[in-house]
Design a protein around this ligand. Structure first.
Ligand SMILES: C[S@@+](CC[C@H](N)C(=O)[O-])C[C@H]1O[C@@H](n2cnc3c(N)ncnc32)[C@H](O)[C@@H]1O
Length: 206
């Protein structure tokens, strides 16, 4: 994860504005309830953790997992800043590879799964999604936000290079195959996204 360890130094400055609205849309679509446990994977520098922690409140929990220690250091600094806010859930950050994820790592099944700009970057998306899905309890909700480009333009190639991603993946299809109440929505996209931002949401059958 050497690249993301380095990218962590300017990740938030470069991308905060570009994904702010999509992050809010993901939170709204996931709609975690007070007291729930949410898995945010990959959590990166933790840009989604505050919103998730506010939604589930002090009796809930946000578990953020990422493979890059550099990204996690930023997420930890953010969680430390938020620690004294009594309206927020505790934010637990774990170093881990999605390809080694087990429900034990998250302390048992989670109520909600937040996968933001992960499916295009994981080396083996099918395996990654299977493992993520296995951590979700039946009846739990999953949101996937990512970028898709059927054909790569210059900007799409740049995004792939900078994010070590493959935005040609039709990542929502993995969720669509297994979820009930599945919906996919295209979000307002800018040239800098390199393709179309999409939001997919579904529920694990009970
Ligand atoms: C584009 S960033 C997205 C981070 C965050 N979700 C966000 O919304 O900004 C992709 C993240 O995926 C992480 N990542 C890549 N491969 C991973 C893996 N195999 N397991 C866990 N995290 C991984 C990277 O370290 C990086 O933090």
């Amino acid at each position: 994860m050497a690249w993301y360890d380095f990218f962590a130094n300017f990740y938030d400055r470069s991308l905060d504005g570009l994904y702010r609205d999509a992050r809010a849309a993901a939170l709204q679509a996931l709609a975690p309830a007070p007291g729930q446990r949410v898995l945010d994977l990959p959590t990166g520098t933790g840009p989604s953790t505050e919103g998730l922690a506010r939604a589930v409140g002090p009796t809930g929990r946000v578990i953020g997992v990422d493979l890059s220690r550099g990204m996690l250091r930023r997420a930890t600094a953010r969680a430390t800043r938020l620690r004294d806010d009594p309206a927020l859930a505790p934010i637990e950050l774990l170093h881990g590879d999605v390809h080694a994820l087990t429900p034990e790592l998250t302390g048992g099944p989670v109520d909600a799964l937040h996968v933001f700009l992960g499916m295009s970057t994981f080396p083996r998306p099918d395996d990654a999604f299977e493992r993520l899905w296995a951590t979700l309890r039946p009846g739990g909700r999953c949101v996937v936000v990512d970028v898709f480009a059927a054909k790569l333009g210059f900007q799409g190639r740049m995004v792939n290079l900078v994010a070590r991603a493959d935005i040609r993946r039709r990542s929502w299809e993995l969720l669509e195959r297994v979820a009930t109440d599945f919906t996919r929505t295209d979000l307002p996209s800018r040239r800098q996204h390199g393709g179309t931002l999409f939001l997919a949401v579904g529920v694990k059958p009970g």
